[in-house]
Design a protein around this ligand. Structure first.
Ligand SMILES: Nc1ncnc2c1ncn2[C@@H]1O[C@H](COP(=O)(O)OP(=O)(O)OP(=O)(O)O)[C@@H](O)[C@H]1O
Ligand SMILES: [Mg+2]
Length: 251
């Protein structure tokens, strides 16, 4: 099992009625890789992450995490995966510590209370531990969600716009923390963001998704070379403007 890539997606399609959210997406993410999923609003990024979490069933195609098949071994997979999204709702009437402690027990963390305290400190929100979760600012809530996402020491972490509501200082700290965790224990991360500078800084490799298809992929440096651009934002615009400009320049 160890020779399997942490994430393997093959010919994944998802239709919501007439909407083709994903059309034949295939890729792999290697151990310790931070893979950026970029693309315009509605491209299919969140749908892809939801499929990898087993929240959405694909119309066709398959996905494996750590060599386990999502369709048949979902429960086993979910012990090794975690996620954070700007839009995840945690119970409002529990304190931050209570919320995280519930998750620590659900995931059967070895020392639940210690783990919660350690994460609160890592994300610099120990002072919020006894506040009601429903009363937090969006950036504070984002940090609680990030704590939650690491509570089971996941091998694969799915982050949907993890820094969207963070101030620049905290966003920078979160990026450093994630790259440190990756370096410490080879965590594989799938990372969506609309912040192109952040993606250039954090991601080892990028997939550009547009209308449910992968339109380009490569390291940030290789993509800049290929599109003769100075920044990923220009690559993004070249790939998405008019909706049909392909990697080879054809329309
Ligand atoms: N539950 C659903 N029912 C119907 N359509 C859906 C559903 N979820 C997503 N879609 C549609 O699938 C497409 C892909 O949506 P998705 O949320 O994956 O995009 P995204 O790339 O995450 O966009 P954004 O950058 O805005 O977050 C969109 O057209 C969206 O309207
Ligand atoms: Mg999304």
């Amino acid at each position: 099992m160890s020779s399997e890539p942490p994430v393997r997606v093959e010919h994944l399609c998802k239709e919501f009625g007439p909407v083709k959210a994903l059309s034949d997406i295939s890729f792999e993410a290697a151990g310790g890789e931070i893979l950026g999923l970029l693309g315009p609003n509605g491209a299919g990024k969140t749908t892809l992450l939801h499929i990898l979490l087993g929240l959405t069933t694909p119309t066709s195609g398959s996905a494996q995490i750590m060599g386990l098949d999502l369709a048949t071994q979902r429960e086993e997979i979910l012990t090794r995966v975690n996620f954070s999204s700007a839009y995840t709702a945690l119970p409002h009437n529990l304190t931050v510590r209570e919320n995280l402690t519930v998750f620590a027990y659900l995931y059967e963390a070895r020392e639940p209370r210690r783990k919660v305290q350690q994460l609160l400190e890592a994300f610099e929100i120990a002072d919020l531990a006894d506040r009601l979760t429903g009363r937090l600012s969006s950036g504070q809530l984002t940090r609680v969600n990030l704590c939650k996402s690491l509570i089971n020491d996941p091998l694969v972490l799915l982050l949907d716009e993890p820094t969207a509501s963070l101030d620049p200082d905290v966003a920078d700290k979160v990026r450093r923390l994630l790259t440190k965790i990756r370096a410490d224990r080879g965590l594989t991360v799938l990372y969506t963001s609309h912040n192109m500078r952040e993606v250039e800084e954090v991601c080892d490799r990028v997939l550009f998704i547009h209308r449910g298809k992968v339109h380009a992929e490569g390291t940030p440096g290789a993509l800049l070379d290929r599109f003769q651009s100075d920044c990923l934002e220009d690559v993004f615009l070249a790939l998405t403007r008019d909706g049909s400009l392909y990697e080879d320049g054809s329309r």
